[in-house]
Design a protein around this ligand. Structure first.
Ligand code: ZN
Length: 225
């Protein structure tokens, strides 16, 4: 009788452990590559945003060639615009040729918005946003497994992001944060990822529990769902 109870506890423990393991695998992982370049995956679908770009363009971040080699097969590449610090026509062509996949941006916005019809638990909203010297810049709201991730790209102001509700992560360049502070705009997000910094650019962060300064290439953010 005592032994049976022991077995029962053991089984219960295994069940709990396996459930824990299961819930841990239910996560979106976001790797910071450089500039606005991110690699997002839920373990099934692989998405790159503003990557590949031209390494070191306009004195922004360089990245190791191994980043190009490690691009996953049949990935989705989403671009905010086609400036060299966000987009490399050459590297992208090479990646698409050797690994397959599809590129999205201002040239096929309708197709990008329809992406959610093929991908489970995924939708993307697009916003035409302002960026100097670019006539077609877009910011994106990805809703994936119920989590809202906002990608500002290179846009200049907080005018679009201020209307978003219930964001999990807001990826913003530092000037959008400054614009929001100046205008006293509250951005409804759990976490900020401040990206598009120069190499070695240091930003003071007095609330690391709310703001992550994206200055460490290769760092991974985990969003459990
Ligand atoms: Zn840029």
């Amino acid at each position: 009788m005592k032994n049976n109870f022991g077995n029962f506890l053991f089984t219960l423990l295994l069940l709990l452990l396996s459930n824990l393991g299961w819930s841990q695998s239910n996560a979106i992982k976001i790797k910071f590559i450089g500039n606005c370049g991110l690699y997002l995956t839920d373990g099934t679908t692989n998405i790159y945003t503003d990557f590949p770009y031209k390494s070191g363009a306009y004195n922004y971040m360089e990245y190791d060639a191994s980043e190009l080699d490690s691009i996953r097969e049949n990935s989705i590449f989403i671009f905010t615009h086609r400036h060299a610090d966000h987009y490399s026509k050459k590297q992208l062509k090479t990646a698409l040729k050797s690994k397959g996949g599809k590129k999205y941006g201002s040239w096929n916005i309708a197709e990008l918005e329809a992406l959610g019809t093929h991908l489970p638990e995924f939708s993307i909203q697009t916003f035409k946003t302002k960026h100097r010297f670019s006539i077609s810049h877009y910011s994106y709201l990805i809703t994936w497994h119920g989590k809202k991730i906002f990608l500002s790209g290179d846009t200049e102001t907080a005018e679009t992001i201020r209307h978003q509700k219930g964001l999990e992560w807001a990826f913003v360049p530092p000037w959008v944060i400054i614009d929001a502070m100046r205008k006293d705009i509250k951005i409804d997000t759990k976490m900020f990822g401040v990206y598009h910094l120069y190499p070695n650019q240091k930003i003071n962060n007095d609330s690391p529990e709310k703001i992550k300064i994206m200055d460490t290439q290769g760092e991974v953010i985990v969003i459990p769902y």
